[in-house]
Design a protein around this ligand. Structure first.
Ligand code: UDP
Ligand code: MG
Length: 160
């Protein structure tokens, strides 16, 4: 479906990350991108867009029986999001660690949610939770031609 992650001596993974409408409105796109850039991950696709409510219902299909599902999908389609695909070794797990917990109140300082937000329904960022969901979400949000092929010059200094 999508171009394969870069070939290196390590196994590369890709994950889907989105700055949610609250993160966009609060001017946190740059701060959030900075965290993944400085960690050493490679940006491979991005777009600033408004998703429809139906699209968000598909994105969050796993949560369809939860009481917050309708409100969540409505909220996620209420304003622009900044959607991205990032690449790196073990990135799905590492990004989830960088996000903190779903509830910002349980997120440690130093994590994105622990540093930048307060409320579970306004937790500013989405990141895929498993490699399987990452593949599904990357394919849902991005077309093959939206990926950029490039080699960051820092790569030999990030990976052995
Ligand atoms: N959410 C909510 N109330 C809850 C649980 C979740 O509003 O009690 C929202 C929250 O914005 C969360 C999103 O639903 O980020 C998706 O929930 P999930 O359990 O997948 O959390 P995540 O993977 O984003 O940490
Ligand atoms: Mg989730």
């Amino acid at each position: 479906l999508n171009p394969k992650p870069s070939r290196l001596s390590v196994d590369m993974e890709r994950t889907f990350i989105a700055v949610k409408p609250d993160g966009v409105q609060r001017g946190l796109i740059g701060e959030i991108i900075k965290r993944f850039e400085t960690r050493g991950f490679k940006l491979v696709a991005s777009k600033f867009m408004k998703a429809s409510e139906d699209f968000m219902k598909t994105h969050y299909l796993d949560l369809k029986d939860m009481p917050f599902y309708a409100g969540l999908c409505k909220y996620m389609s209420s304003g622009p999001v900044f959607a991205m695909v990032w690449e790196g070794q073990n990135i799905v797990k590492l990004v989830r660690m960088m996000l903190g917990e779903t509830n910002p109140a349980d997120s440690k300082p130093g994590s994105i949610r622990g540093d930048l937000c307060i409320n579970i329904g306004r937790n500013i960022i989405h990141g895929s939770d498993t490699l399987e969901n990452a593949k599904r979400e990357v394919g849902l949000w991005f077309k093959a031609e939206e990926f950029v092929e490039w080699t960051p010059c820092a790569q030999p200094f990030l990976y052995e």
